[in-house]
Write a protein that binds this ligand. Structure first.
Ligand code: PMP
Length: 461
């Protein structure tokens, strides 16, 4: 076989890809016909593909490249760590300096008494840890029957059998016999799609109160925890009405239910604070982290655990762990990433510069005929496409048809923007300057205009 490098023609790379590479969340036969876009390099907020096109990455990869692409410091740290100690584990009464340093740094950054870190390879593994952790917590406290975890429909918590069960994605549950036992789902606070005639405030409260109803129905003595993303990401950047989170916190406190905040997207500056929990005003017992922890430069995630839960788990052997828990190279890269976020005040940049500027421009998209709602928290944002704003109407076509048309136009304009059904979402690198935001918004407007014309031409609105 010839050596496969960036220098091969695109069609050849696509054929080799289709022959042997199975893509996640993809209809692989369809992709094989179309050919995958081949990304060859990246710098700052731009990707380069095998045709030499420069693409503005308004998704920061998969919501993860918070500090942008091409930071040599992270590459240098990785090379240094690989030479010094490329691998060792933290099983069997052993540790190493990168894991010690990273756990200490995370404990310093995390709010309240979230002082303990259990490492994983990514967000899905960390949420699997959380399932076992909260059930073990209650078992160690003499209440093994407290095993039900309540989550939300349309939540995303990962793709393993455990984390996919926590998530509320119907197509994922439909494949492979999910969910596992003792996972219960309540409504998501998506007022635009599901709020009906209620005000956003009343709807937010009603969604939160479903948690109380579920606890009472299942039995307080059966419920271990509630898990949620502070801002639902993969579900479509769904921002809960203001009434939602205070009520969730009240209910968790009242019934002594552990609160797990899945901060895989929201963590490390995305919402304008270090953690999304701070932005929405909750104090969880456990946080799931990944993505922005290393800005995606190395695969690493984890669970940040409060003093009480860590103490109870620590009473006995916790029969759980991964070969790559606290991997030294990934940990060293993550630590360097956190140094950059802190020293360059990237969280402050989101809070005071990029976030407010993007908010103004984003909400300005409401003047577009296709845009029914524009939601934004820090540097994650969504717009709902609609044929009629006043009635919050859905398109007559199958959900996602219109979103796909718009996503295709974004692709054509060298802009990576994702569609979730007929919602368009962004989650760009946090380092965007106001000039970058102007350029991104220009491409978004152009794509929306073209999509609008397509819909008219194709009789889709
Ligand atoms: N939780 C949330 C909120 C996520 O958005 C994701 C990934 N998109 C995960 C968990 C899973 O993380 P990973 O893909 O690293 O396993």
């Amino acid at each position: 076989m010839s050596t496969i490098t960036n220098h091969l023609p695109t069609a050849e790379l696509q054929a080799l890809d289709a022959a042997h590479h199975m893509h996640p969340f993809t209809a692989n036969d369809e992709l094989a016909k179309k050919g995958a876009r081949v990304i060859t390099r990246a710098s700052g907020i731009y990707l380069t593909d095998s045709e030499g096109e420069e693409i503005l990455d308004a998704m920061a990869g998969l919501w993860c490249v918070n500090i942008g692409y091409g930071r040599d410091e992270l590459a240098d740290v990785a090379a240094r760590q690989m030479r010094e100690l490329p691998y060792y584990n933290s099983f069997f009464m052993t540790t190493h300096v990168p894991a010690i340093a990273l756990a200490n740094k995370i404990a310093e950054l995390a709010p309240g008494d979230l002082n303990h870190v259990f490492f994983a390879g990514g967000g899905s593994e960390a949420n699997d840890t959380n399932i076992r952790m909260v059930r073990t917590y209650w078992a160690n406290k003499g209440k093994p029957e407290k095993s039900v975890i309540i989550s939300r429909k349309n939540a995303y918590h990962g793709s393993t059998v455990g984390s996919g069960s926590l998530g509320g994605m119907a197509p994922m549950h439909a494949q492979g016999g999910l969910p596992i036992p003792d996972i219960h789902h309540i409504s998501q606070p998506n007022w635009w799609a599901e709020g009906g005639d209620a005000t956003p405030e009343a709807f937010g409260l009603a969604c939160a109160q479903e948690l109380e109803e579920a606890i009472l129905e299942l039995g307080e003595d059966r419920v271990a925890a509630f898990i949620a993303e502070p801002v639902q990401g993969a579900g479509g950047v769904i921002v809960a009405p203001d009434t939602y989170w205070p009520e969730i916190q009240r209910i968790c406190d009242k019934y002594e239910i552990l609160l797990i905040a899945d901060e895989v997207i929201c963590g490390f500056g995305r919402t304008g604070n270090w953690f999304g929990s701070q932005t929405v005003g909750i104090q969880p017992h456990i946080m799931t982290i990944a993505k922005g922890l290393s800005s995606g430069y190395a695969p690493i995630g984890g669970s940040i655990v409060c003093d009480e839960v860590a103490a109870v788990i620590g009473q006995d052997e916790f029969n759980h762990g991964y070969t790559y828990s606290g991997h030294p190279v990934a940990a060293a890269v993550a630590l360097e990433n956190l140094r950059i976020i802190e020293e360059e005040d990237i969280v402050g940049h989101v809070q005071q510069v990029a976030g407010p500027y993007l908010k103004e421009k984003w909400e300005g998209l409401m003047d577009h005929p296709l845009v029914g709602e524009a939601k934004i928290v820090g540097m994650m944002a969504s717009i709902a496409l609609t044929p009629d704003k006043a009635s919050r109407a859905k398109f007559a076509s199958a959900p996602g048809t219109v979103g796909y048309v718009c996503r295709d136009r974004c692709f054509g304009n060298n802009l990576i923007m994702r569609h979730v059904g007929d919602r368009m979402i962004i989650s760009p690198p946090l380092i965007l300057s106001p000039a970058d935001i102007d350029e991104m918004i220009r491409r978004i407007r152009k794509s929306l205009d073209e999509a609008h014309q397509d819909l008219i031409d194709k009789d889709l609105m």
